[in-house]
Design a binder for this molecule. Structure first.
Ligand code: NAD
Length: 459
C-alpha cells in the first residue's frame, strides 16, 4: 500500500479512537484491541492473485504476461474494481488501488468491497486479436475468483467497454447457464452496459467541484463566514468570480470534465489550459472545448500538438511543454491523467487555489501534506472520481433486473448519491482541522469498522 493511503487509514483510526460517539460500546482495553484489529484488517488485502498469462503473439512467439487481481476487502459486498492495462502496473500499485476502492465504496455507501486488476502491457504494442486473447486469458486464469456475486471488474486505464465485452463473453462461455450480465461493468450498451456509464466519472468529478463552489457555498455562505477557517475563507473568496481552470489529461475523464465545465450554467468558467501525454494547450481567453473534443475523436484521442494540427482543428492556442500546465496560476486545477503528478519536485510551484483529483492518487503523500499546510482546497479522488463505480453499481443492478434506466435517470441518481456524501463530508471539512481526504477516510473507515464489529469480525 502506498504510504499515502496506508498512513491516512491509520490516522483515521487514531481520530476515531478519540471520538466517543464511535462504537461507544467498546471501552478501554477492549476498544484499543478492536482498533488494532481494524487497523490490521484494513491495511492488508484479503487476497493477492498473480498469474503469468501465456500469449502466442501473431508472429508465432510465445510470451508470458504478468497479470494481477487484488481483492482488498468484501465486508460491504462483492469485490469491485477496474482492470488496468499499463506497462507501469505493479503489485504495490494494484494493492493500493484496491484499498482505495474499498474506502471509496464505503464513503459513498455503495454496497461493494474493493478490488483491482492489472496487466503489465502497453496495449498500443499489441494487435487487436492479441488484446482479445489477453482479455480471454485474464478471465480464464482468474475465472474461479470473479463473478457477479464475487468480484466484478470494470475498465480502468488502458481498457474500455470493448475489453469488458470480450471478458464478459469469455465469462459466459466458461459458466454456461449462469447469469453473466453482472460479471463485468463498463460494457457497451448493446451488451448490457448502462447509459451514462462512460461519462459518469468525469461528470461526478465536475459535480464534486460544482457542488462545493456553487450549491454548498451559496447555501452556507453565512455559516462558512462564521467558521473563521482558512479553507472556508478561501472558498468564499472564489464566490461570484470568473474561474480560470486547467485540466491535466484529456481522455475519458478529462474531456468530460472539460465539457461539463465548458457548458456549466452555474459557474463562470474559463478553461485556459488542457494537457495530454504530448502537450499543454493554453489560451488566456479560454479554449474551445467542443472543437478540441471533435479533433481528438478523429486523432486517436490526442490533442493537436503542433501548429499544423492546431490549424486543422481550427483552434487558436499556445503550445507549451506538457508539464507546464501543473504550475500555471489558475483558480482550479483538475488532475485527470496519472498517479504522482504533484510531488516533492514540483509542489513548491503549485499556484492553484483548488485541486480536484479525477485520477487516482495524482498527488504523492508528501506533496499532499505540503499543499494542505498551504491551505489549498483539495477535493480528493476517493470523493471526486467515484462516479464510475457508482454507475457501475447501477449497471450491475440493471443487469440483474434486466430492466434499464434512461440516461437522465442514471445521471440524476448519480448526482443524488454523490450529493448525500457531500452533505456529510463538506460541512465537516469546513469546520474541523482535518483535510477533506482525511474526512472522507474517517467516514469510510468508520463505516467499515462498524460493519466489521457488527458482523463479529473483531473476535
Ligand atoms: P484515458 O486513457 O482515457 O486518458 C488519459 C489521458 O491522460 C489522455 O488524454 C492522455 O494523453 C493523458 N496523459 C497521459 N500521460 C499524461 C501526462 N504525463 N501528462 C498529461 N496528460 C497525460 O484515461 P481515463 O479513463 O480518462 O482515466 C484518467 C485517470 O482517471 C486514470 O488515473 C484513471 O485511473 C482514473 N479514473 C478513471 C475512471 C474511469 O471511469 N475512466 C474512474 C476512476 C478513476
Amino acid at each position: 500500500m502506498s504510504k499515502n493511503t496506508g498512513s491516512i487509514v491509520h490516522e483515521s483510526l487514531d481520530a476515531l479512537f478519540e471520538d466517543s460517539s464511535f462504537l461507544p460500546e467498546l471501552q478501554n482495553e477492549e476498544r484499543e484491541k478492536a482498533l488494532r484489529s481494524i487497523r490490521s484488517i484494513l491495511s492488508t488485502p484479503n487476497h493477492v492473485y498473480k498469474s503469468f498469462l501465456r500469449l502466442p503473439l501473431n508472429n508465432g512467439e510465445i510470451v508470458r504476461i504478468p497479470a494481477f487481481r487484488v481483492q482488498h476487502n468484501n465486508i460491504l459486498g462483492a469485490y469491485k474494481g477496474g482492470i488496468r492495462f499499463h506497462e507501469t502496473v505493479n503489485e504495490d500499485e494494484v494493492i493500493n488501488l484496491a484499498t482505495l476502492m474499498t474506502l471509496k465504496n464505503a464513503v459513498h455507501d455503495v454496497p461493494f468491497g474493493g478490488a483491482k486488476g492489472g496487466v503489465i502491457i502497453n496495449p498500443r504494442n499489441f494487435e487487436n486479436e492479441e488484446l482479445n486473447l489477453i482479455c480471454k486469458k485474464y478471465v480464464r486464469y482468474f475465472s474461479d475468483i470473479i463473478g457477479p456475486d464475487k468480484d466484478i471488474p470494470a475498465p480502468d486505464m488502458g481498457t474500455s467497454e470493448r475489453e469488458m465485452d470480450w471478458m464478459m463473453a469469455e465469462y459466459k462461455s466458461i459458466h454456461p447457464g449462469e447469469s453473466y450480465l453482472g460479471s463485468f461493468t463498463g460494457k457497451s450498451i448493446v451488451n448490457g452496459g448502462s447509459l451514462g456509464r462512460k461519462t459518469a466519472t468525469g461528470k461526478g468529478v465536475y459535480y464534486s467541484f460544482r457542488y462545493m463552489l456553487y450549491d454548498f457555498l451559496n447555501q452556507n455562505k453565512d455559516w462558512l463566514g462564521s467558521q473563521n477557517n482558512q479553507y472556508a475563507n478561501k472558498l468564499i473568496a472564489l464566490k461570484n468570480k470568473p474561474l480560470n481552470i486547467a485540466i491535466q489529461g484529456f481522455g475519458n475523464v478529462g474531456s468530460i470534465i472539460a465539457s461539463e465545465a465548458f457548458r456549466c450554467p452555474y459557474l463562470e468558467n474559463k478553461i485556459i489550459a488542457i494537457s495530454d501525454r504530448n502537450v499543454t494547450l493554453f489560451h488566456s481567453d479560454g479554449l474551445d472545448i467542443t472543437k478540441l473534443i471533435n479533433y481528438t475523436q478523429g486523432n486517436y484521442g490526442d490533442l493537436p500538438k503542433n501548429e499544423k494540427e492546431l490549424e486543422k482543428a481550427n483552434i487558436s492556442a499556445k503550445i507549451m511543454p506538457r508539464d507546464d500546465l501543473l504550475t500555471l496560476d489558475v483558480d482550479v486545477l483538475f488532475l485527470a491523467a496519472l498517479e504522482d503528478q504533484i510531488h516533492m519536485n514540483n509542489m513548491n510551484n503549485i499556484k492553484t487555489k483548488v485541486i480536484v483529483e479525477g485520477a487516482n492518487s495524482p498527488i504523492t503523500g508528501k506533496a499532499d501534506l505540503f499543499l494542505n499546510k498551504k491551505k489549498k482546497i483539495i477535493i480528493p479522488d476517493i470523493l471526486a472520481n467515484a462516479g464510475g463505480v457508482i454507475v457501475s453499481y447501477f449497471e450491475w443492478m440493471q443487469g440483474r433486473d434486466t430492466k434499464f434506466y434512461t440516461e437522465d435517470e442514471v445521471n440524476n441518481q448519480l448526482f443524488e448519491k454523490m450529493k448525500k456524501t457531500f452533505e456529510i463530508v463538506y460541512p465537516k471539512y469546513f469546520s474541523d482541522h482535518f483535510s477533506l481526504r482525511e474526512n472522507c477516510y474517517i467516514q469510510a473507515v468508520m463505516k467499515l469498522s462498524i460493519v466489521l464489529y457488527k458482523q463479529g469480525k473483531l473476535y
